[in-house]
Design a protein around this ligand. Structure first.
Ligand SMILES: [Zn+2]
Length: 186
């Protein structure tokens, strides 16, 4: 396992539809090492999610998760909590019509933030890292992160989902003019 180089916007791998992983290969050393390296790289860059195409591997797998900050107990922090997960070949079904617009950032578009509209609640079917079929329901920030990461597997970046670019901001200006809430990249 290793800390991998993150592809930045402009690299074609970020605009390529990633290939499904054969379920029989999920437990192979190659895929297990990739998943470990995705976790290690995500944590190194303090991200909340990281998809394989972001580390130049055009495969349908991503990791996500954001443990609560030590000592922090404010409501925002609670909302931002995302359980650790590695999802392979995820398929999203939108649950209900409700959407929410909120801030996102991306490790492949560093130091930029923008508001993106996403479905509030989703159902997800995928394989876990042991190769078992799983399904889960997600809402709020966890739902947002899963949608952002699954978009990466389809060559879609969060800019593509913005209704307008008026909220597009550099991180420094975000903190100065928009919000003091930390929005991790994903
Ligand atoms: Zn991203």
């Amino acid at each position: 396992m290793a800390i991998l180089k993150v592809a930045r916007m402009g690299h074609p791998v970020l605009r390529t539809r990633a290939k499904p992983i054969d379920p029989g290969d999920i437990t192979s050393p190659r895929i297990q090492t990739l998943i470990d390296s995705l976790f290690e790289t995500m944590q190194e860059y303090q991200g909340v999610g990281l998809a394989a195409p972001q580390v130049h591997e055009s495969l349908r797998v991503f990791v996500a998760g954001f443990p609560p900050r030590r000592g922090a107990q404010d409501e925002d922090d609670e909302e931002m909590r995302v359980p650790l997960m590695a999802l392979i070949n995820p398929e999203i079904t939108i649950a209900g019509a409700a959407t929410a617009e909120d801030w996102e950032g991306c490790l492949s578009i560093p130091d930029i933030r923008g508001k993106v509209s996403r479905a509030l609640e989703i159902d997800v079917r995928a394989y876990d890292r042991r190769g078992r079929r799983i399904s889960l329901h997600a809402k709020g920030f966890t739902s947002r992160v899963i949608q952002h990461e699954t978009d990466h597997l389809d060559g879609v970046l969060f800019f593509d989902r913005m209704k307008s670019f008026e909220t597009l901001t550099f991180l420094e200006e975000y903190g100065r003019y928009w919000s003091t809430r930390d929005v991790p990249e994903e």
